[in-house]
Design a protein around this ligand. Structure first.
Ligand code: GAP
Length: 508
């Protein structure tokens, strides 16, 4: 059986081979941590956006969407704290000249020990069979206890050093743990420095006054600075939300794991403005609602978990991630934060403009508190792709790779396939294609044997293949093959559209 790393590699090459994700600028040897979405990738991505937008904006009368510009006034990033504090601790290895995130080096050290613990647990489970009590083993096995203590100690020191912003102590920790550079194998490290993750550029031509501006590292600030515009023009009453989907840019020090951590990515964010004092109730409501959204995709509830933050950002009074079980383990997919009135108050202070709401029920004005839900579009894409990727051995001994993408998100909804390329079957298939193509993205394919065409559609996750044969010409029926079960049914052509519609209906 292939291990998770092998599976992940296969998913990445499948994504490329079948037109989902290409490395950016590939003919120039690529650009680190930047990717392009191909012909099926863009469809899947658009469908995810649409699914989120419908759940957030269409489904809630009190949430509206906006699309703010990527370039914003530079003072916005001063007010939000990004200019001073949006940074990661960085360290270089002097021999390999490779750059790392200092905290990630320590976390990787902990993950390696965790692997050792898991191996001990696996071995013991085999040895003891049915009578194995994992919790007791973890609590009492000498070696496991020692391993666990090392992890706890390393992470506690890391946490404290970062909270104190004591970068010399972070370096000392790396030395104490004897962490070596994975490339050179040496411990020849530089000092740890803070590295700001924002990209910047100049606005205006050289002859004019130039001005340093930033590529936004989150879409959220575009929402905050439009809070009053939307509230007034939409006559919104608190509680209400503003949603936005758009690009964000971060000069990540360590960019790896394919589209999990990119330098250019997309976020789907919603800021929900509430009366001060009610924010923690809304925080719990949004946690539950967002988890339900994830579950509605049908990837399996066991693949999600909440991860409450131990260390809160300066602007938050509660924060939690929704983590997904990626092939490389449980990792953050979405963040839910109670951001208090930090952002609006900061913009009020820096801009000198009031950002208050007059609450007619209380007969008073206040700066609203905010609950934020922020999900990475590319990470959602990766979650779906990696859980959809399935290698199957079929009864006849052959194998297939099928992407079990939730039908509502599948790039192509149906493939129309004439059994052979003559006898009027292509013409009939084209007629069906023309009838369906306005409602669903369909694909017409007449090349190769029908079995190979089914495999091609399986590989891109098409829920239905509609085959036109000689009987179709006689009685206006086709066979419709379902992707996951591979079962084929003979149905009237008139029923096809409704079958597809039911399959892709959104069930929230
Ligand atoms: N406005 C809040 C905010 O930006 P975040 O936790 O930094 O919070 C939110 O980011 C989400 O954006 C993450 O949960 C993740 O899904 C996605 N994300 C963040 N950095 C990313 C990166 N470098 N590449 C891909 N997705 C990223």
């Amino acid at each position: 059986m292939a291990n998770n790393e092998d599976i992940f590699k296969k998913i990445i090459s499948h994504a490329k081979e079948y037109g989902f994700v290409f490395p950016s600028s590939e003919i120039y040897d690529g650009l680190s941590a930047v990717y392009d979405y191909g012909q099926y990738g863009v469809e899947l991505k658009n469908n995810i956006k649409n699914y989120w937008w419908r759940a957030m904006v269409q489904y809630h009368e009190n949430i509206v969407g906006i699309d703010s510009a990527i370039f914003m006034h530079p003072t916005i990033w001063k007010a939000s704290g990004h200019v001073d504090a949006f940074s990661d601790p960085m360290i270089d290895n002097k021999d390999s000249k490779k750059r790392y995130r200092a905290d990630v080096l320590v976390e990787d050290y902990a993950a390696k020990i965790e692997d050792k613990i898991n191996k001990e647990v696996e071995k013991a489970a085999k040895r003891f069979g049915e009578s194995f009590d994992e919790a007791q083993f973890r609590a009492t096995n000498q070696r496991v206890v020692e391993y666990q203590a090392k992890i706890t100690d390393a992470l506690a020191r890391l946490n404290k050093n970062l909270t104190d912003n004591d970068l010399a102590a972070v370096k000392q920790l790396i030395e104490d743990l004897e962490i070596v550079c994975p490339v050179s194998g040496t411990k020849n490290w530089t000092e740890v420095r803070q590295f700001n993750l924002m990209f910047n550029t100049q606005m205006g031509s050289l002859s004019e006054d130039t001005n340093t501006i930033y590529l936004r590292p989150e879409t959220a600030q575009g929402i905050f600075v439009n809070f009053l515009n939307v509230q007034k023009t939409g006559r919104m009453k608190i509680p209400f939300g503003i949603a936005q989907i758009g690009k964000a840019f971060r000069n990540e020090i360590v960019a790896r794991q394919f589209i999990f951590r990119m330098r250019e990515f997309e976020q789907m964010e919603m800021q929900f403005f509430v009366r001060p004092g009610t924010e923690l109730d809304w925080f719990e409501k949004w946690k539950a609602e967002r988890l339900a959204w994830h579950h509605s995709l049908g990837l399996g509830p066991e693949n999600y978990r909440f991860h409450p933050h131990d260390k809160l950002a300066h602007y938050a009074n509660a924060a939690c991630d929704i983590e997904f079980k990626f092939p490389f383990g449980f990792k953050e997919l979405e963040g839910i934060h109670s951001r208090t009135d930090f952002d609006l108050s900061a913009h009020q202070q820096f801009s000198g403009k009031k950002l208050q709401y007059f609450d007619p029920e209380l007969n008073e004005s206040y700066v609203p508190y905010v609950i934020e839900t922020s999900i990475g579009l590319d990470r959602t894409f990766l979650a779906i792709l990696s859980s959809a990727y399935t290698e199957e051995k079929l009864e006849d001994g052959s194998e297939r790779v099928v992407l079990r993408i939730p039908p509502v998100l599948a790039p192509i909804k149906a493939a129309i396939l004439p059994l052979i390329k003559k006898d009027g079957l292509p013409e009939k298939a084209r007629e069906i294609m023309d009838a369906l193509k306005f409602d669903y993205l369909c694909q017409y394919d007449e090349k190769d044997a029908i079995g190979r065409r089914y495999r091609r559609q399986d590989a891109i996750g098409t829920p239905y293949c509609i085959t036109v044969d000689h009987q179709t010409l006689e009685d206006n029926t086709v066979t419709i093959r379902e992707r996951d079960s591979m079962l084929q049914e003979r149905v009237s052509i008139d029923a096809v559209s409704e079958i597809i519609r039911k399959k892709i209906a959104v069930k929230l």
